[in-house]
Write a protein that binds this ligand. Structure first.
Ligand code: NAD
Length: 253
């Protein structure tokens, strides 16, 4: 274990599955104590079991990130458990069915914004308070390539991820002199349950999705975890307020 990481505490939301689980595992294997958080308690506990089986240290705290009282309690319990919060990965996010903008409805808009935007804002609000009190920390938020460019049939999701980048940049500037760095990671299509739910079995559709990535494949959860670990750690000490595409070249086209 890297000596500078010993004793550091990382919190991951949406850590029961996909990108969040892989990143929680990566934090733990680098030596961080990890708070695994999600609305799915069973799968969240399974992430903790995977970390412990690999010799790491973690605890599960259930939290719906769209609820102020639950996020406040999550951060309070994190500090009560491990005494501090060094790195936060605000990753919980949802995507609901795809449709063109004029076919969307208010219920879906509120649901997506509630988790993807309010959730990230609430998490940062309570995390930054702890980081200010302890003298610093770093935060990474999960945006998306849909936060950088248009995402046809995903207008609400795309708006929510553009908003995550706005929150990220503004918080980065507001707290830069307080030793708190805030960055976003922008994945393209990553092989997770979210991708599987949104895709079809049609080989033509799969081929189109793959072809959108100049690198010729979709990404892996480990590739996003590696980017988050870099942005969270001291090697990225001069990096704040960025929205880093991890996208196989998709946004370079
Ligand atoms: P996933 O569906 O596999 O995992 C998301 C996790 O978030 C789940 O464990 C779920 O239970 C949890 N969650 C959902 N609502 C929550 C809430 N209100 N409070 C707390 N937890 C909640 O998805 P994933 O692909 O791992 O996505 C993780 C993040 O990456 C999301 O923000 C998503 O928008 C983003 N993203 C994913 C892709 C992709 O292709 N998979 C691409 C770009 C961005």
């Amino acid at each position: 274990m890297n000596e500078t990481i010993a004793g550091r505490v990382a919190l991951v939301t949406g850590a029961a599955n996909g990108i969040g689980r892989a990143t929680a595992l990566a934090f733990a294997s680098s030596g961080y104590k990890v708070v695994v958080s999600d609305i799915d308690s069973q799968a969240g506990q399974a992430t903790v079991a995977l970390i412990e089986a690999a010799g790491g240290e973690a605890v599960f705290i259930r939290c719906d990130v769209s609820c102020d009282a639950e996020v406040r309690r999550l951060i309070e319990q994190t500090v009560a458990t491990y005494g501090r919060l060094d790195c936060a990965f605000n990753n919980a996010g949802i995507e609901i069915e795809k449709c063109k903008l004029a076919d969307g409805n208010e219920e879906v808009f509120d649901a997506i914004m509630g988790v993807n935007v309010k959730g990230v804002w609430l998490c940062m609000k309570y995390q930054i308070a702890v980081m200010l009190a302890q003298g610093g920390g770093s935060i990474v938020n999960t945006a998306s390539v849909a936060g950088l460019i248009a995402a046809p049939k995903q207008s609400i999701y795309s708006a929510s991820k553009h908003a995550v980048i706005g929150l990220t940049k503004t918080a980065a500037v507001e707290y830069a002199r307080k030793n708190i760095r805030v960055n976003a990671v922008c994945p393209a299509v990553i092989d997770t349950e979210m991708y599987l739910r949104a895709s079809t079995d049609d080989p033509k559709h799969v081929a189109l999705v793959v072809a959108a990535h100049p690198i010729g494949r979709i990404g892996t959860v480990e590739e996003i975890a590696a980017a988050v670990l870099y942005l969270s750690g001291d090697s990225a000490g001069f990096t704040t307020g960025i929205a880093l595409p991890v996208d196989g070249g998709l946004t370079a086209l």
